[in-house]
Ligand binder design. Sequence first.
Ligand SMILES: Nc1ncnc2c1ncn2[C@@H]1O[C@H](COP(=O)(O)OP(=O)(O)OP(=O)(O)O)[C@@H](O)[C@H]1O
Ligand SMILES: [Mg+2]
Length: 335
Amino acid sequence: MSQKTYGIDFGTSTIKVYKKGQGIILLERNVVATVGKEKRPVAIGEKAYEMFEKEPPSMHVSFPLSHGVIADMQDMIALWNFMISALSGHRKLKGGKFYIAVPADTTKVEKHAYSHIVSEGECKPKNIFLIDKPIADAYGLGLDVERSQGILIVNIGADTTEISILSFGGIVVTKLLPYGGNYFDNQIINYIRKRYNFIIGRRTAEVVKKTLVSARPSDEEVRITGRDIVRGLPGEMYMSSNEIYPLIEDIFHLISSATQSIIERMPPEISQEIVHNGIYLTGASSWIKGLDTLIKNETNIRTNTTVDAQVSVVKGLGFLAERPKLAAAYVSQLK
Ligand SMILES: Nc1ncnc2c1ncn2[C@@H]1O[C@H](COP(=O)(O)OP(=O)(O)OP(=O)(O)O)[C@@H](O)[C@H]1O
Ligand SMILES: [Mg+2]
């Protein structure tokens, strides 16, 4: 019987799964709804997210990953068991190979925690390989990782922004900033509550962000539904992009300046090649309007964006999973 091989990017907001021979088979919210003391999962992903902020007291809706670190291992394993059971058609999956992406700028213990999700789950894997995210990202972008002397990737996700420089297949430097799309959502929620005494949910905030957040001021407007705190009733209001811009512009500048200072510390051979290749922006928060131009203007280096921004890491895991000999150069085998 042939071995099943998977690539998994456990992102803070979305889990992406690649299956060897098939391609990307899943992109699902990293959320689980559980009931009871034993935390029995009843829903995961988008379904669990829909229950968030509406769940009855007997239910707990959890986001098990936070800032690139597994915040609740029990919930994360419960989510994984539920997910893998659905993926395998509710048959017991035994002995697969798993390539898992891990943030490069974290401790060994935190990296190994990712392997526990799979090793402690019900699927009893044969092998688990950890691959640093920037390496997977670069392969997912289709770059010549082994021969290129300077690749700069800025992955702007939900809870993290990972800035990394690769040279000849190795990671020269990597820095994890604790900011991403979730920070923007929270800023929007807090501002609307304080300024207008109006409460909006996390799902609404995310929609507002995707419509209005822009790295340049703009006049766009959107209708928002929520609850008026003073009257205690549901209501609606209008909000413009210009109002949101000041809440988050600092983070755009922070990402640019962190990128700039990392480049400045590079030897000339590497920085010259980065200037030649341009900066690669990945992670779904890189789709924020105007962010590519802002980073280009502040660093004076061209930026490359991609429609694959959300799946570039898992695509790279897939690329390596299809080429085990090449992958062996990058993985640490744990089991
Ligand atoms: N069109 C869009 N415009 C702006 N933001 C977006 C858009 N689409 C998705 N996002 C945001 O991108 C984030 C998810 O990106 P991604 O899937 O790359 O993160 P992740 O891998 O789950 O998180 P992390 O890498 O930080 O662990 C969410 O905050 C989401 O709201
Ligand atoms: Mg990510």
